[in-house]
Every structure is written in C-alpha cells, then in structure tokens.
Design a protein around this ligand. Structure first.
Ligand code: ATP
Length: 249
C-alpha cells in the first residue's frame, strides 16, 4: 500500500548548521506514529519541511505517493496534509463556533463568506459533529480566550480536523495543558478516525506511549532508530540520549 506520507533523503541546512540530515521516513496509512527526540533534535524543522513552511535543502516529500516538495503550505493543506500548532494561534476574541465555521467554510471553498455560512445547514451540522467529537459542544458560544487551556488545545485539533486531513500532524498537543485536562486530549486523539494517518510530535512520554503504535527517534537532525514502542523503550541508544549519556557521537 502506498504510504500516507513519505520523505526521501530530506535535508535542511541553516548556513553551516544541519538541522535535518538525510531523513527517509514513512508514515503508513492509518498510522499512529510518534516522533520523539531531545530538545534541538530537529523535530520542529522536520515538521516545517513536511508542511512546506520551510523549503528543503535536499530530498523529497511525498503525500500519498505524489511529490509535494515544491508545493506551498496552503496547497499541501488542500491535499490533506494538516498540522496543529505548538503555540496557541487561535483568535481569542472569536468563539469556537466562529472559528470552526471559518475552517469549514475554507474547506468548502466558501472562504470570506463565513458570517453568512454559519447559518447554513451543512456547515452547522459539520460544526456540531466536530464540536461533539472534541468535547466543545457546551462552549461553542464562549470567547475562545475565556476557555480552559485544555479546551483551547482541543479547539486547535478540532480546527485541523475540520480541514479534513488525510495526514494529521499533531505538534505537542498536550504542551502546557494542566494534568486534570490531559485525559481529554488523550481521549480525543485516541478517538481520531482510522482513515486519518497521524504523526504525533511530543515530549510527554505518557502520551507518546499511550498513543503510538510506532515511534521514530530523531537525534541531531537524523533518525536514530524506529520501531514499536516496547522496542524503542528498551533500546540502549534511546536510553542514552534521554539520560544524557550520549556516547555514540
Ligand atoms: N530558522 C533557523 N535558523 C537557524 N537555525 C535554526 C532555525 N530553526 C532551527 N534552527 C536550529 O536547528 C536545530 C533544530 O531545531 P528544532 O527547533 O527543529 O529542534 P526541535 O527538536 O524542534 O527542538 P525543540 O524540541 O526544543 O523544539 C537547532 O540547533 C536550532 O537552533
């Protein structure tokens, strides 16, 4: 089966610094895959190369077998490669209803006419379904900046989901979320439909190990090892990296 997303020999240099080193990576269809690595390993850069935020210095990105390396970030979203953001980038003064309406209108090609379309049956039905999926139904009319942080993070995932992703990149979805609200994030991620292939970039190992069926470890811009969670947990090289005893160069 064609991979949902693939990179071949992907590289990124910032002047003399190599942030991504010859990364050949495969995200299978329906994947629940996590990308981990210590601070500065190059995770953010890799995601920016996948999404087209940064141009690659070398290598290729394939989405469902099609080369998207030269496509803009927007064109990749239209083809179903969607990410959530690490930093809260929602409009605080809009409600989740308005925010989701914007995303859905954009998806339906109604961009710019959202205030009319909020009343449209199809859009309302879609908003309701997405809001229920992500536990936002009871806060749809509250200003986003008044919501608990966990709900704001859920809204970020909901917005990405409303863009109808084939591949969803979750960039630290639980970062900054208080312990009491983390379960909701975990449950929402666990309940994503199987047709959506998911790559999770995350520091929180509890979340990684509860979610992922496959884990890739990025160190110094390169893939160090990849495998099933138990294999990764037991790998001495991974332990060395995380315990700071990095003796492999
Ligand atoms: N725009 C840039 N210009 C120059 N160097 C950069 C740029 N972006 C990232 N880097 C460097 O590339 C390396 C990888 O950074 P990156 O942010 O991708 O790592 P990361 O694994 O996401 O780290 P963290 O987990 O701390 O966010 C770092 O050495 C960083 O300083």
């Amino acid at each position: 089966m064609t991979a949902a997303l693939e990179t071949r020999g992907l590289a990124k240099r910032f002047g003399g610094l190599v942030a991504t080193r010859d990364v050949s990576f495969t995200l299978e269809q329906g994947a629940r895959h996590a990308l981990i690595g210590p601070n500065g390993a190059g995770k953010t850069t890799f995601v920016n190369l996948l999404t087209g935020v940064l141009p690659a210095s070398a290598g290729r990105v394939l989405l469902a077998g099609e080369d998207v390396t030269s496509l803009s970030a927007e064109a990749r979203v239209r083809r179903g490669l969607v990410r959530t953001f690490q930093i809260n980038q929602l409009f605080g003064d809009l409600t989740p209803l308005e925010t989701l309406a914007l995303a859905i209108d954009e998806q339906l090609g109604l961009g710019g006419r959202w205030s009319h379309a909020v009343g449209g049956d199809a859009v309302v039905a879609e908003i309701t379904a997405v809001a229920e999926r992500f536990g936002l139904a009871d806060v749809l009319d509250s200003r986003t900046d008044t919501l608990p942080y966990g709900k704001q993070r859920l809204l970020e995932i909901a917005v990405a989901f409303a863009c109808k992703p084939k591949v969803l990149l979750l960039d630290e979805p639980a970062a900054g979320v208080p312990e009491a609200e983390r379960r909701d994030i975990l449950d929402a991620i666990a309940a994503l439909p199987v047709e959506v292939s998911v790559l999770l970039i995350e520091h929180d190992m509890d979340l990684v190990f509860s979610f992922a069926r496959r884990i890739s470890v990025l160190v110094d811009g390169a893939l160090l090892v990849e495998g099933e969670p138990e294999v990764i947990a037991a790998d001495p090289r991974v332990r060395a990296v995380y315990l700071g005893g990095n003796d492999h160069g």
